[in-house]
Design a binder for this molecule. Structure first.
Ligand code: G3P
Length: 220
């Protein structure tokens, strides 16, 4: 399962990219707006920093304008993936983008039925939102499992990207369900690496090593 960051903050992206495990980035209009800068500049820095798939989201609601905007976004870099919403216009625009060999990510997906539509249109990625489903008392991981099962049974090639992930167990459960990609905010990514026993073990190794060095130097 590939790991993506769900952010438009270039400092967060540079920090996680340093670890060597970052395969891509997802952005959305809210995340880009949070940066308070020219979106073109924000996207440019991200596209240059990470060679993997970078999702850039359309904001035009109507199919023709969304298609034109999507073409423009796709031309920013070869690693750009165009996000379209799970709406009739999003599907129609997405179909035309795919016909132009542009890879699309169908976003705001909350049900297996919507995920079937994304696969049938030929999307490169489908993005079910787990956390937002949990927020309304639904079962985000259950919906993800169902989508992964349907895609396996049907032989759909669309990549399942588990989105709106809120804690490390969401990532573990997404991997168990068979998701191809998990995207998460910076704070969740940093939690993946942490374990108190790792910290305790490292402190003990360091203390024992320092003690050996002191004794070899004849220090008390
Ligand atoms: O970017 C799509 C999705 O991951 C957003 O998540 O945390 O706003 O529910 P969130």
């Amino acid at each position: 399962m590939r790991l993506f960051l769900d952010t438009a903050d270039i400092d967060e992206i540079r920090e996680i990219n340093r670890w060597g495990v970052l395969s891509g980035v997802t952005t959305n209009p809210s995340l880009v707006a949070r940066e308070g800068q020219d979106p073109d500049q924000v996207w440019k820095e991200i596209l240059e920093e990470v060679p993997g798939d970078i999702s850039l989201e359309t904001t035009e609601p109507e199919a023709d304008a969304m298609y034109e905007q999507g073409v423009g976004l796709s031309q920013k870099a070869p690693n750009a993936v165009v996000k379209v919403p799970m709406t009739p216009d999003g599907l129609a625009a997405g179909k035309r983008l795919i016909a132009d060999d542009i890879r699309i990510n169908v976003t705001l997906v909350f049900s297996p039925a919507q995920a079937i539509l994304a696969a049938e249109v030929g999307a490169y990625i489908v993005s079910p939102f787990l956390g937002r489903l949990d927020d309304v008392g639904s079962d985000g991981v259950g919906v993800l499992r169902s989508i992964c099962e349907i895609y396996a049974v049907q032989g759909y090639q669309t990549n399942v990207l588990a989105a709106s992930l809120r804690h490390p167990m969401h990532i573990v459960e997404a991997a168990e369900a068979g998701a191809d990609i998990a995207t998460m905010p910076y704070d969740v990514f940093t939690k993946l690496v942490k374990h108190p026993l790792t910290d305790l073990g490292l402190a003990k190794f360091q203390a024992d090593w320092n003690e050996l060095e002191r004794s070899l130097k004849g220090e008390a």
